[in-house]
Write a protein that binds this ligand. Structure first.
Ligand code: C5J
Length: 225
């Protein structure tokens, strides 16, 4: 067993043998200029700032033998998994599926949908394409976690209040103990990130726990922070 004593709202006990790291949507479309995030008028530099921390967390997980699962929010090239209700919102000038500087916006197989090279998955790691904000919806994530015997999940990635929080809530409802790496997640809106982090750990950890990457890495190495 491992423990992160400084986790909030209280110490997070977990068994590394049944824990996985989920890295949400660290894609060029969200993190680089010219992608989906930027098309909505967002400043992507906020998201770029967490790249080294996410890389450190991924390395700590790999060193400890945890499965690392990467997700990508994207749609099929024929848009058959893109409901009009989703396509018709966002930027009217650059919608999902439209050609952009990194290929068609948020479309599987296009350069913009790729995970950023700094955080490239290893060949054996699971990479899931998801058409929704949550990573359980219309994906085999639940099957992978059951096959791997995972009971606890550590979360990183973007954006905190959209895809990260949605997936944590989905996981929480499915009975997983969920920990968010607070400094390995980011939002285009600092106030939204702060609110999401507070919501997750409010009311006795109604969605889960939060902790910092250094604390998680220490626990994964077998020590207590
Ligand atoms: C958004 C995401 N924000 N990955 N997607 O549309 O959070």
């Amino acid at each position: 067993m491992a423990c992160i004593p400084g986790a909030l709202p209280f110490a997070f006990d977990f068994d590394p043998a049944s824990t996985a790291l989920i890295v949400i949507d660290m894609q060029r479309d969200f993190v680089e200029p010219g992608g989906f995030g930027a098309s909505l008028g967002n400043d992507v530099t906020r998201l770029q700032a967490i790249i080294p921390t996410v890389a450190a967390l991924i390395q700590a997980a790999r060193n400890a033998g945890l499965p690392v699962i990467h997700t990508r929010e994207c749609h099929k090239p024929d848009l058959s998994d893109l409901p009009p209700a989703k396509r018709d919102r966002g930027s009217p000038s650059l919608r999902i599926g439209d050609p952009g500087p990194m290929g068609r916006i948020l479309i599987a197989g296009e350069p913009g949908a790729d995970i950023i090279p700094e955080l490239a998955p290893l060949p054996a790691e699971i990479v899931l394409d998801k058409p929704g904000k949550g990573a359980f919806y219309a994906t085999p994530l639940a099957d992978h976690l059951a096959r791997l015997g995972v009971r606890s999940l550590i979360f990183a990635g973007v954006t905190t209040e959209v895809c990260v929080q949605t997936t944590m809530r989905e996981a929480n409802d499915r009975g997983f103990a969920c920990l968010l790496a607070e400094d390995a997640t980011e939002s285009y809106f600092p106030a939204f990130k702060a609110a999401a982090v507070k919501m997750i750990r409010a009311q006795g950890g109604i969605v889960g726990w939060t902790a910092f990457t250094a604390e998680i890495a220490t626990a994964l190495k077998g020590g207590a922070e």
